[in-house]
Write a protein that binds this ligand. Structure first.
Ligand SMILES: CC(C)(COP(=O)(O)OP(=O)(O)OC[C@H]1O[C@@H](n2cnc3c(N)ncnc32)[C@H](O)[C@@H]1OP(=O)(O)O)[C@@H](O)C(=O)NCCC(=O)NCCS
Length: 187
């Protein structure tokens, strides 16, 4: 019975996602948020989740005025994304994982873990957040990072695995360099 309910839930979520892809471009954010709420995800009415972002499973909270970009995938376990966050395109948040099994099957028993993204944080394009990622408030996660653990409030973390690179003043207007100021690749 429980298995039937889970399958039904997954099918409904899949159907909603397919329907959403028929909606035009990126407007109609409130409608999209309402549709995600209708299948059990806690998406704030002011959150802007674009057309092709995919909310697959587990428990998902997306806060007030948070933006979720193209081809973002949120799946497995519990995912909490606070208010005023920016989740750039192609970010993957995968809260589910496996116990490490024996050599004949390393991906052992599956479980739903958790991932948290604090208020005001910006997750750079293509980053991957896995079970145990706990990103504080006001952080920046640089493009292409893999976050596996705790990132303190108001810090910039980067790399694989992501490490804190610098502190950010809470009130700091972080201005990334304009495109004309191209950084040297250091060769
Ligand atoms: C992080 C970012 C914003 C730059 O911020 P910044 O304050 O100018 O950072 P800096 O250039 O001072 O870099 C700080 C450190 O992080 C490192 N770093 C910055 N971006 C990095 C990346 N993507 N991967 C690995 N390391 C990175 C730098 O090499 C530097 O390391 P060091 O101190 O060991 O030399 C930018 O690199 C980035 O990743 N932007 C994301 C763009 C994006 O997602 N766009 C989609 C639109 S929503």
């Amino acid at each position: 019975m429980e298995a039937d309910t889970t399958v039904l839930k997954s099918l409904t979520r899949y159907a909603i996602w397919r329907c959403m892809k028929l909606l035009p471009g990126n407007p109609l954010f409130r409608l999209r948020a309402a549709l995600w709420r209708s299948v059990g995800f806690d998406v704030h009415p002011t959150a802007r989740v674009v057309n092709c972002a995919r909310l697959l499973g587990g428990e998902i909270h997306i806060g007030r005025d948070t933006f979720v970009g193209a081809e973002v995938m949120l799946t497995g376990g519990k995912i909490f994304i606070g208010d005023n966050c920016d989740i750039a395109p192609r970010v993957t948040i995968h809260a589910g994982s496996h116990a490490i099994g024996p050599s004949e099957h390393r991906g052992g028993e599956a479980y739903g873990g958790s991932v948290t993204v604090g208020d005001g944080t910006w997750i750079g394009v293509g980053s991957i957040l896995v079970d145990g990622a706990q990103i504080g408030k006001g952080c920046i996660i640089a493009a292409g990072s893999v976050v596996i653990g705790k990132v303190p409030d108001n810090t910039l973390a980067a790399g694989v695995p992501a490490r804190v690179k610098k502190k950010l003043a809470p009130e700091q207007q972080v201005s990334t360099k304009p495109a004309t100021e191209v950084k040297s690749a250091g060769l």
